[in-house]
Write a protein that binds this ligand. Structure first.
Ligand SMILES: [Fe+2]
Length: 325
């Protein structure tokens, strides 16, 4: 008991409460993070399903102040035609405007490989800050090389307005949100928890969908299992909102579940499956999976916080590195 009190005091002393995204600068990796879970806060959550990529984007609003955050927005692309449009993002913008919400944050749970972010487009219209996990720098380093980016492509995460470490908190109106570092699918994955709602990105799918792949560069099935356990250590009643659903077995698309349901029924980790069982299963399954259709445009755009790269004349352009992935 004494030890845990000392630990909490140490964490309080290390945290700088004056900055918006609070940082605990020293020794964080070695300590058990104390997450500020508050199940008494219940944000309004509006989901937007993108049929082309099976992505679910969210608007999370503080019922009291009408402040909101957008999580994992989507920019539409016809890759064959080289054309981008904004129907999905425009629907989210309309919802925010029609409900008199104030956009404060645009959160990316990770660098997606299967859809393009619309965060800068929405930010230009409505404001807000774009945030992602601090390990984005690892992704930028790896894919900066694969796409043979020049020195003008910064690998320091500076394209984003905020970089989150494990346990960082931020405000959406009067609601306190926090980020949990959940690597495994990618090194930069974060789960964002806002009151009784957690946005799990690609850490978990619906119970009958299991979990996401762990074979991208920097991915790790064992780390993914550990990250999933972190999510499952949240309160049983915590609402979980997932980022993708493919309607396994032909069922309707779904996106909301709970910690309790995932613990009992998740086909990859539920019912007490061991780390060893999961790693073996995940590794064998990943070896069979095809490369995501939009991985080449997605990575180039998403590692730039949703900005489309430009050529020397300033024209938007994408590269296709051959045999690079
Ligand atoms: Fe993903």
């Amino acid at each position: 008991m004494l030890q845990s009190i000392r630990l909490e005091i140490a964490i309080m002393l290390l945290c700088d409460g004056r900055t918006e995204v609070r940082k605990c600068a020293i020794g964080r990796e070695k300590m058990m993070t104390q997450y500020p879970v508050d199940m008494s806060v219940s944000p309004e959550v509006k989901a937007f399903f993108d049929e082309a990529t099976n992505t679910i984007s969210y608007i999370v609003a503080d019922p009291e102040t009408k402040a909101c955050a957008v999580i994992d927005s989507v920019m539409d692309i016809d890759y064959a035609a080289g054309r981008i449009t904004y129907d999905h993002a425009n629907a989210m913008i309309a919802h925010i405007q029609n409900n008199n919400l104030t956009l404060e944050w645009l959160i990316e749970t990770h660098v997606h490989a299967d859809h393009l972010s619309a965060a800068p487009y929405i930010q230009e219209k409505l404001g807000g800050k774009i945030g992602i996990g601090r390990k984005i720098t690892v992704i930028q380093d790896v894919f900066g090389k694969i796409f043979n980016e020049g020195t003008e492509f910064q690998r320091d995460g500076s394209q984003f307005d905020a970089l989150f470490d494990d346990g960082d908190t931020y405000q959406i109106g009067k609601m306190t949100a926090f980020a949990m570092h959940t690597p495994g699918h990618t090194p930069a994955c974060m789960v964002h928890v806002i009151g009784d709602a957690a946005f799990v990105g690609d850490t978990l799918f619906m119970p009958d969908g299991g979990s996401a792949r762990a074979d991208f560069p920097g991915g790790d099935a064992g780390e993914l299992y550990d990250s999933i356990q972190k999510v499952l250590s949240l309160p049983d009643e915590m609402r979980l909102f997932i980022c993708h659903d493919y309607g396994p077995g032909g069922r309707d698309i779904m996106w909301q579940t709970t910690v309790a349901e995932e613990k009992s029924n998740n086909i990859h980790v539920g019912g007490g499956k061991t780390r060893e069982e999961f790693v073996k299963f995940r590794t064998e399954r990943d070896a069979q999976l095809a490369v995501p259709k939009l991985i080449i445009p997605s990575l180039q755009v998403n590692m730039r916080a949703g900005e489309v790269p430009r050529d020397d004349q300033g024209n938007p352009v994408l590269k296709v590195p051959l045999n690079g992935l």
